[in-house]
Design a binder for this molecule. Structure first.
Ligand code: SF4
Ligand code: SF4
Length: 282
């Protein structure tokens, strides 16, 4: 990754237009690196930073990768985006990552500014880079755009009022009950209901998301608890119920995970409605 101006973040991808990452048409910056290791992760290659082991260099058919002074270099102009490097990487990482300052990331979005309502930072896990977020959010506001985050719920927003202040809206994953976290996100210390309550009370929570896979955790009980909390704090928050699908999931996990039937998704959405929470099942 080239040297850059701080505050910077490793960026996996920038989308100039998306209608599924917050309200309206938005540009999205996907950062590299995550502090969870969700069993159903659909983009496992975004989890870790590249260790420059060099294994992927050998399989690149386009000469887009090289090892220079112990660091892997990626040439986007040569890349065929065949994903061979992602498939072979033993570290759930990617060599196609650039360290970008907030200003550099914004410069790449600049051409689409007349056509978008705002910008979203997703991941990976965006809150690993709070200084980048604050700087990027400030640049978005200077351009008259809203600034949204998509987060896994690991960040203590109550300890960072500056980040909460600059953020216009948050999409929050609720992945399981804390007691099931070791199995679902493969991490301990998952205090998701406290984060959910902080964000709902702040008025910045836009959407809660849960991936549903039968047998992984008790989705009926989890969805009900989330709905009760939303109804008590900010009933305007919407709840997106996401059907687990195997695309992109590591083969060993996909072999044991199940996709829910329509009937379960409908029952979950109905239970949200009974609590007065607007839910969409996708
Ligand atoms: S996706 Fe990876 S392996 Fe394929 S051409 Fe690009 S750098 Fe090379
Ligand atoms: S992307 Fe993976 S395989 Fe390639 S150099 Fe980095 S850690 Fe090694």
């Amino acid at each position: 990754m080239p040297a850059s101006v701080k505050p910077a973040a490793p960026v996996n991808r920038i989308l100039r237009s998306s209608i599924v990452d917050g309200p309206g048409n938005r540009a999205v910056v996907f950062v590299q690196g995550c502090n969870f290791n969700c069993v159903y992760c659909h983009n496992p290659e975004t989890q870790n930073l590249c260790s420059s082991c060099g294994i992927c260099v050998e399989v690149c058919p386009a000469g887009a990768l090289s090892l220079e002074r112990g660091e892997v270099r990626w040439r986007s102009d040569r890349c065929a985006f065949c994903d061979a490097c992602l498939t072979i990487c033993p570290h759930t990482s990617s060599p196609r990552v650039r360290l970008l300052s907030a200003a550099e990331a914004m410069a790449e979005i600049e051409p689409s500014l007349p056509f978008i309502r705002g910008v979203t930072v997703s991941g990976g896990e965006c809150t690993l880079y709070p200084d980048f977020l604050k700087s990027f959010g400030s640049l978005a506001h200077e351009r008259g755009k809203t600034f949204f985050l998509d987060t896994n719920g690991s960040y203590d927003f109550s300890a960072d009022p500056e980040l909460l202040e600059i953020t216009d809206g948050i999409m929050l994953d609720v992945k399981s009950f804390p007691a099931e976290a070791e199995r679902v996100i493969r991490r301990s210390g998952y205090d998701i209901f406290s984060v959910l309550e902080t964000l709902a009370r702040s008025g910045k929570l836009y959407e809660v998301r849960t991936v549903v896979s039968p047998g992984l955790f008790d989705a009926t009980a989890l969805v009900d608890q989330v709905c009760r909390l939303i109804a008590d704090t900010d009933p305007a928050v919407r709840y997106k119920l996401i059907r687990y699908r195997p695309a992109g999931v590591r083969p060993e996990a996909a072999a044991v995970l199940h996709t829910p039937e329509d009937a379960l998704m409908e029952r979950l959405a109905d239970s949200c409605a009974r609590r007065g929470v607007s839910a969409i099942a996708v």
